[in-house]
Design a protein around this ligand. Structure first.
Ligand SMILES: [Zn+2]
Length: 481
């Protein structure tokens, strides 16, 4: 019996699979155990033809292949290559020692060449963990250039690989692509709204979740979209993680470039909980596609209670667990939440330009939806008003101003909180009736403000500004009262 190692990807994690190939005397046959039947049929056909078309005879004996462990979901295409190699080794065409310390994965064409497979980034990590070399199709060279690791071998075909393993030929070089550069996100000319821009800068610096409230047409969505430019460029490791996620979601094919910019996901409010959180068939949800970037929930109160409820756990844990029948998955979900909402169903409550014609029942129902399951996870609130005459006449400068992200401006030391600031905060806690959670929240935001402004310590001005983003909700509930 010959043992060949392969791997499989569940979610964005790679798992080791043992491919046991046994060729014994008996009626000629080809059996694969451990794969769904349709996949088995296709795999057998490909392996048989690929061996013949690569100049080898398919054994006129009983061939039994076992894939273990049985409980992992298996994509049959990964195993064509290890199965073919196991058969060749059992026939004496290869020394079984050449298969050790290597993980093989690849789909064979009928002519013996190898086709691109999904999930190679996860397989590379698997190979590194096990101290093995990973052998994958040359068609995956684009991902290979991204990984650029020393334990990787590319091969165009089965016959090439046999020659390579025997030391008779070299492997194709791994393309040395320049490290992918994050694109420069340029600022847009957005008039006025200095208060909202400042709130978003603070929120970006501390990765605080934020809600923008205001009537239609004040630029809530535009500001939220532009806020991506406040985040620093992705590191190489972050790009790899995101590329793995988008590959698992089936959003990357052979020719798509790797993910180099922070995601901005803006699902429609009709999105299901599975679409938002992740589905049981293993597809990552919007919160995972927004990992390291922005999840924009535009028209927040229109999202279903069920979908929003599902966000609570990922917001706290920065990852999401999806339970499935055979194998549960964990996906990263460290996103910055920006929500937008109208103040009332018609949108003009508190507006100086138009009269709100909502009934008090309308308002009550709307407020309940707004106060829904996530309100305590949102740390900053900002109320936008239509532009004033003065703002309309102001000279517009691009926003965000720097494409390098707000964090580069941010002081990395955590400033001390002064005694005066504490006193001020406790007084505010009493008069505003802040909860313990609310108090901690204010302190966190004041600290972010001090860091952003390069202040040596957190003092009264920072606490006062932090309270302002709280007061917006107070103002808001007064508007509704
Ligand atoms: Zn209204």
């Amino acid at each position: 019996m010959i043992l060949v190692h392969s791997g499989v990807v569940a979610g964005i994690e790679g798992f080791l699979i043992e491919v046991e190939v046994d060729v014994r005397p008996g009626l000629p046959g080809f059996e694969i155990v451990g794969l769904p039947s349709k996949t088995v049929r296709e795999s057998r056909e490909r392996v048989r033809s690929a061996l013949r078309n690569s100049g080898f005879k398919f054994p006129a004996q009983k061939v039994i292949v076992n894939l273990a462990p049985a409980h992992y979901p298996k994509d049959g295409a990964f195993f064509d290559l290890p199965i073919a190699l196991g058969i060749l080794a059992s026939q004496g065409h290869l020394d079984p020692a050449m298969l050790r310390q290597r993980i093989f994965a690849g789909e064979l064409s009928l002519n013996g060449s190898l086709k691109r497979i999904n999930g190679t980034l996860s397989l590379t990590e698997l190979a590194q963990e096990h101290g093995c070399q990973l052998v994958i199709p040359e068609a995956n060279s684009q991902e290979a250039s991204l990984m650029g690791s020393g334990n990787l071998v590319l091969t165009p075909s089965l016959s090439h690989l046999v020659h390579f393993l025997k030391g008779k030929t070299a492997a194709p070089p791994i393309p040395k692509a320049a490290p992918p550069q994050p694109p420069v996100l340029t600022g847009k000319l957005i008039k006025g709204q200095a208060h909202a821009k400042r709130a978003l800068e603070i929120a970006a610096a501390g990765r605080h979740h934020i809600m923008l409230l205001g009537p239609p047409g004040v630029g809530k969505t535009l500001l939220a979209t532009q806020a991506r430019g406040l985040l620093p460029p992705l590191s190489r490791a972050e790009m790899l993680t995101l590329t793995k996620i988008y590959e698992a979601a089936g959003l990357i094919t052979g020719h798509s470039p790797p993910i180099t910019e922070r995601p901005l996901r803006s699902p429609h409010h009709s999105v299901s909980q599975a679409g938002l959180i992740g589905s049981r068939n293993g597809r990552p949800g919007e919160i995972t596609l927004a990992h390291l970037g922005i999840l924009l929930l535009d028209e927040f109160p229109e999202f279903s209670h069920n979908a929003l409820q599902g966000l609570r756990e990922p917001l706290d844990q920065k990852e999401v667990h999806i339970s499935r029948a055979e194998h549960s998955l964990t996906y990263p979900a460290d996103f910055w939440l920006i929500a937008t909402a109208n103040p009332c169903p018609c949108g003009y409550l508190g507006s100086s330009v138009r009269f709100c014609h909502c009934t008090s029942q309308d308002l009550n129902r709307y407020q309940r939806k707004l106060r829904g399951p996530l309100l305590d996870r949102i740390e900053l609130f900002c109320y936008l008003t239509p532009l004033s005459e003065k703002e309309l006449q102001e000279k517009t400068i691009p926003w965000p101003q720097s494409s390098k992200g707000i964090e580069n401006r941010t002081n990395s030391n955590t400033p001390e909180i002064s005694a005066a600031a504490r006193q001020f905060l406790y007084k505010a806690q009493e008069s505003l009736g802040l909860s313990v959670r609310g108090l901690e929240n204010m302190l966190r935001i004041a600290t972010t403000i001090a860091k952003l402004d390069g202040a040596p310590s957190v003092d009264e001005p920072q606490v006062a500004e932090a309270l302002q983003y709280r007061l917006d909700t107070q103002l808001y509930s007064h508007l509704l009262a």
